[in-house]
Design a protein around this ligand. Structure first.
Ligand SMILES: Nc1ncnc2c1ncn2[C@@H]1O[C@H](COP(=O)(O)OP(=O)(O)O)[C@@H](O)[C@H]1O
Ligand SMILES: [Mg+2]
Length: 308
């Protein structure tokens, strides 16, 4: 079955004391999909994934993972998941291999099977020559690859990763992306959170755009961008604070929408190359025509950027 549902959330709510971090969200994740929660800090991404991997109890609503209710079957769910948490939880004093074997021992794997899995996973994450190196001597990228290897030790059906590449340099990030693409090709279902739109666009079949505890939009990245924005965006600044109606005369048929954020006007269009020449005589300090991105989707729906 290709459309088997692996995670189903209905009106999922999380309250911390008086504060509601997740405000009644609905979503599904299907087998073999890579789904990304994209949103800025504080959006509720970590809270959501922690409810999925049964670390944080849900406050209201329904949540099932691999067909099991998180309230009733947390142990059975956890046994079938791989989790890469946002914070590093590796043991810094143990070696790479020891970290893997220690983690394997939590899953009742036979020692022979555990050793074999550890070898395979060190190979897969390019850490074989670091097997005897203690974790505190690894780079940030290596630690993250080890965290991924560790999450895979029990051969999980679902891999959950909270900000898998935050804080890594571009090269280390690319290497992780490559590994995740390979995992996806093997058919594992992946749920990740990120505030990097390139990451969501590159890795995910489907993106859930999240802000302030709500899902603002969802869909395949390109489709989401086309539907919400169009092909291109023209940025103009500084733009006066009054409505751009008059300014749009003559080009309004080619503009799908616009958004004024601070003093920058964002024009959404499918016909950038028709509109662009008509703006050449306008006196803007900043003028740019570029492809539309998920950042624009977020900006339109939340009224601000993902990382600002
Ligand atoms: N244990 C907690 N107690 C109280 N508030 C929390 C707790 N964990 C997270 N929050 C709050 O919930 C909101 C969502 O946080 P989080 O899920 O970590 O978002 P994200 O991962 O998208 O950055 C934030 O406002 C955060 O301060
Ligand atoms: Mg987080």
């Amino acid at each position: 079955m290709t459309d088997e549902i692996v995670i189903r959330a209905e009106n999922l709510v999380k309250r911390y004391n008086g504060f509601t971090a997740v405000k009644g969200i609905d979503f599904v994740v299907r087998a073999r999909e890579c789904v990304g929660f994209l949103g800025p800090n504080g959006a509720g991404k970590t809270t959501t994934v922690r409810m999925i991997y049964c670390l944080t109890p849900i406050s209201e609503g329904e949540l099932s993972v691999l067909g099991l209710d998180v309230r009733r079957h947390p142990r059975a769910i956890k046994a079938q998941l791989g989790v890469v948490p946002q914070e590093d939880t590796l043991d810094p004093e143990l070696t790479v291999k020891e970290n893997l074997l220690l983690y394997a021992s939590y899953f009742d794997l036979q020692p022979r099977v555990a050793r074999q899995r550890a070898e395979e996973l060190m190979e897969f994450t390019d850490l074989r020559d670091k097997a005897q190196t203690s974790v505190e001597r690894l780079s940030g990228g290596m630690k993250r690859r080890l965290a991924i290897a560790r999450a895979l030790i029990n051969n999980p059906r679902l891999l959950i990763m909270d900000e898998p590449t935050t804080g890594l340099d571009p090269e280390a990030r690319r290497l992780i992306w490559e590994k995740l693409r390979q995992l996806k090709e093997k058919g594992i279902t992946v749920l990740l959170t990120t505030h990097y739109m390139e990451e969501a666009a590159y890795l995910c079949d489907r993106v859930l755009v999240m802000n302030e505890g709500r899902i603002l939009a969802e869909g395949p990245p390109e489709e989401l961008v086309r539907r919400q924005i169009g092909r291109e965006v023209i940025e103009l600044a500084p733009f006066p604070d009054h409505w751009p109606g008059e300014f749009l005369t003559g080009i309004d048929g080619q503009i799908k929408g616009y958004q004024l954020v601070g003093e920058t006007l964002f024009l959404y269009t499918d016909r950038g190359h028709d509109v662009w020449p008509r703006l050449q005589n306008k006196p803007f300090r900043h003028k740019m025509l570029r492809p539309a991105t998920l950042e624009d989707v977020f900006l339109k729906l939340a009224g601000r950027g993902l990382t600002r």
